[in-house]
Design a protein. Sequence first.
Length: 481
Amino acid sequence: MHTSTTGPAEAPTVRPGGPLNRFFRIGERGSTYGREIRGGFATFFTMAYILVLNPIILSSTEDKFGHQLDAGQLATATALVAAVMTVIMGVGGNLPLALAAGLGLNAVTAFQIAPLMGWDDAMGLIVLEGLLICVLVMTGLREAIMHAIPQPLKQAISVGIGLFIAFIGFVDAGFVTRIPDAANTTVPVQIGTGTLTGWPMLVFCLGVLMTIVLLARKVQGAILISIVVMTVVAVVINGIADIKSWGLTEPSLPDKPVATPDFGLLGKFDLFGSFGQVSVLTVVLLVFTLILSDFFDTMGTVVGVTAEAGLLDERGQVPGLGRVLLIDGAAAVVGGAASASSATTYIESAAGVGEGARTGFANLITGGLFALALFFTPVLTIVPLQAAAPALIAVGFLMMTQVKHIDWDRYELAIPAFLTIAVMPFTYSITNGIGAGFLAYVVIKACLGKAREVHWLLWGTAALFLVYFAIDPLEQLLNIK
């Protein structure tokens, strides 16, 4: 069983009491109310950007009939789904795993699905995807696949996510940027615009230094302290300096702190409307893509975050996995029904674990803050990415430490583990990393004459990933547009 390396998560000297402690098993898991509360805040602040980004993505394109979704209504739907499903995961799954509209999944909805049909049809497709995932959970197939994964691959998934989440932090803060094609260079990314310039970058760099120093000194609340302090610094700098852009969120005190929620998009979906807009085969391929991405993104996140929290059992399995996966599947249904796109478990939950969260009690805090965001979005979204991103760098380090548990001398395990770890950050996708690792694992085992050692579910999953990676040539072969 993995033991977390997070400094603030050391066993408390005074165990909490009361009915909440008994229900969430806070003391039993070596946590305290203080750590759970700090973890809940840290998770919220590292994923609050979705309240801004999801409406931008979903409202930026038109559906087949030229209709666009309202950004204000999308903000309400995004906050509501995140609040409700995060609390449900906390109470029903008792793990510090927050949920919100999934990045990547919302882009597929906006740019790939909506242009082929109406928005209500597209959201109906999301609901259908979520229902099918729930069926997979209730039949035990989803949980069985997770149990069939060899332990070294589970550890590699956690390490890969660590690198991925650190890369997300560097990109979100603007520390790493894509080099435009016009640069005529083979180098895909670089530091900033070639050099580190501007006040926002200074905030990020100072935040990274503060976070790692506090972690090294094992200061309670290290990650949350850094986020709060650097947000204050950012607000001050924004008030006295001429800043061109902070990115998605500007650290300025709002003129109107209260926003009136608009629930106009709730229930605006047509479950089977997509079948009247495109061919059945196209619907099947779209749903397949959504399910595979949602399925394995969640798998990677749940395994990685739970492992970092030190909550995997002696067999390397997630406690209460069936309930966790069912709630995650239901989140996709709720997200589609609210027109917020498919909701899924967030890897930024690792920030809360890094702050000491070990139970679903932290979700009550995170979910409560999302509920407040329904009315106080202008206030709760003043944390700039440059102040929140250092937390992701620190969590990336903490998750990376699990690499020591992989036996690098056994190539049949080490090579799939390496591909899992490398492909995640380099392709910006948890699903791609898991797929590369699975395919490499079954191929190597087969070539070594050890095919019988591979669980039949991994063979089936690898075959699905083969279809997933070859989806474009298959669409061309079948003449699907």
